[in-house]
Design a protein around this ligand. Structure first.
Ligand SMILES: Cc1cc2nc3c(=O)[nH]c(=O)nc-3n(C[C@H](O)[C@H](O)[C@H](O)COP(=O)(O)OP(=O)(O)OC[C@H]3O[C@@H](n4cnc5c(N)ncnc54)[C@H](O)[C@@H]3O)c2cc1C
Length: 469
């Protein structure tokens, strides 16, 4: 009997490329399709800060960081107050170290451990990243590797329309180019790596009304295609109200200012010059808090020392070059330049200074060992945003999509990243920094491993009969 055209179809060239590369390394023939001609600059993986959490890695050992998958799992459980799918979180915590090791050793990605600050909720330094700390570098590297691999064909723009099954098993896909020309490709397995539904305003309003009026800062092709395609096959869905918000998007240039600003000692005030919450709770849940303030906007207040520390981020440098930093020699002058009541802002800055120096408790209950702001002060206008949705198709620890009826795997169907249920529980508060990429890269890696185990390929040789260009 003839085999399928390809062993694996990956829909979505973001984190999904990890599955393509890992499966191809194991000998599979892979077809990747992406709906967006400009996916290399337009999808979430290209826009992100490239912080990949992993526990028990060699980079941590070198830095004497005591960490383990158990500890990572404990942090996920705490951040979500136990509401996350801990079976899935366990699989991702376990695969995190082997996956980043593979990114470095097999794909040649130059990773380092972030030790200059730590995101809220992580009890150990475990974010691994690349120089510039920007997803465009990460995705660019994955795309270059994909293009060079003889076992992978990548076509864009080309969108996945439907997945066909026979007797409950995946048999192929319908794909179409923007002019409507369609093609049926037979396939042994399909990975839905099409992200969530952040770009579909109606779905966001239906599932996450608290963030629906905020700016959406994510890929324009995150239209909920995986939900539609998966549901048509009887797949279960969960955690559809979970999302990654962010409170620190520059209102001037819609580029990420970054939470390192507040973790290094910055404070956030509203348009009346007042702080309104402890900034260290987390940037995701802070988005809805900022949205509820007057004019749904505010200012991050930092100083020159913090601005220097944040210049390791490409995004922060872009915000600076865009003229979004307003600098002043005193709190009074800064208030005037930001059109804030001077007495209120001066009072907030001096109280924050006293709290950072340990002279009095923080007014908002913030507990961190932080640098006390000193002149020159800098204000950066911020607006809250939705970055991506975290709920989606229910998957098991091998990224296999489960059906709604009895939670059995739909054979050959996988989901990763924003297409799958995440590990952030419900709402915005469970989002632990890194939950986006660990589900995007980690589930893609697990899917490829599972596909590889379903079939024994002659190493390095594509078994499919589709011509690979
Ligand atoms: C500014 C910013 C910073 C972030 N920083 C971090 C961070 O440091 N760490 C972290 O963990 N997370 C971070 N995130 C979140 C992270 O970027 C995402 O969670 C992750 O990249 C999602 O990957 P994905 O593969 O699911 O989706 P994407 O990378 O968006 O890829 C999905 C692809 O699918 C394509 N597609 C959609 N529908 C179809 C279809 N029907 N057929 C074919 N293709 C289709 C799209 O065009 C797109 O290219 C950040 C997000 C933003 C916006």
């Amino acid at each position: 009997m003839d085999g399928p055209d390809v062993d694996l179809v990956v829909a979505g060239a973001g984190g999904g490329l990890v599955a393509a590369l890992r499966a191809a390394e194991m000998g599979a023939s892979v077809l990747v399709v992406d709906a967006d001609a400009d996916f290399r600059r337009g999808n979430n993986t290209s826009m992100c800060t490239a912080m990949i959490p992993a526990a028990g890695t060699r980079w941590q050992r070198v830095a004497n960081v005591d960490d383990s998958p158990d500890r990572f799992l404990g942090d996920i459980a705490r951040k979500t107050k136990g509401t996350a799918d801990l079976r899935l979180a366990r699989a991702l915590a376990d695969v995190s170290a082997p996956m980043v090791t593979w990114l470095a050793d097999s794909l040649g990605l130059d990773l380092h451990l972030v030790t200059d600050f730590r995101y809220p909720g992580h009890s150990a330094d475990r974010c691994h990243t690349i120089a510039g700390r920007h997803g465009s570098q990460l995705l660019g590297h994955l795309v270059d590797r994909t293009r060079r691999h003889p076992g992978i064909e990548l076509i864009a723009p080309m969108s996945l329309q439907n997945v066909s099954t026979e007797y409950g098993r995946v048999t192929g896909v319908e794909i179409a180019s923007p002019d409507g020309a369609g093609e049926h490709v037979t396939a042994g397995a399909v990975l839905l790596a099409t992200n969530g539904f952040g770009a579909d305003a109606g779905l966001v309003r239906q599932w996450i009304p608290e963030i629906a009026d905020c700016h959406y800062h994510g890929g324009q092709y995150s239209r909920g295609d995986a939900l539609r395609i998966g549901r048509a096959l009887g797949a279960d869905t969960a955690f559809l109200d979970a999302y990654q918000g962010h409170a620190a998007l520059s209102s001037r240039c819609k580029t990420l200012v970054g939470w390192a600003t507040v973790l290094h000692g910055g404070i956030i005030v509203n348009k009346e010059g007042q702080r309104f919450a402890p900034e260290t709770t987390g940037y995701s849940e802070f988005a809805a808090l900022l949205a509820a303030q007057p004019e749904s906007a505010g200012w991050i207040i930092i100083d020159e020392h913090i601005a220097d520390l944040c210049s390791t981020f490409d995004d922060f440098r872009a915000v600076t070059e865009n003229g979004a930093l307003v600098e002043a020699a005193s709190a009074h002058e800064l208030a005037e330049r930001l059109h804030l009541p001077a007495d209120v802002l001066e009072d907030e800055i001096s109280a924050s200074h006293r709290a950072a120096a340990g002279l009095e408790p923080d007014r908002q209950g913030r507990i961190d060992d932080r640098h006390a702001l000193t002149p020159n002060y800098i204000g950066i206008g911020i607006t809250p945003a939705l970055f991506h949705t975290q709920g989606g198709l229910v998957v098991d620890g091998s990224a296999r999509v489960l059906d709604e009826r009895d939670h059995a795997p739909i054979e050959g169907l996988y989901a990763s990243g924003g297409a799958a249920t995440g590990i952030s529980g419900k709402g915005a508060g469970g989002y632990l920094a890194g939950n986006g990429l660990i589900t995007a890269l980690g589930l893609a890696f697990l899917a490829a491993e599972d596909v590889g185990q379903q079939k024994t390929w002659a190493a390095g040789s594509a078994s499919g009969s589709r011509a690979i260009s």
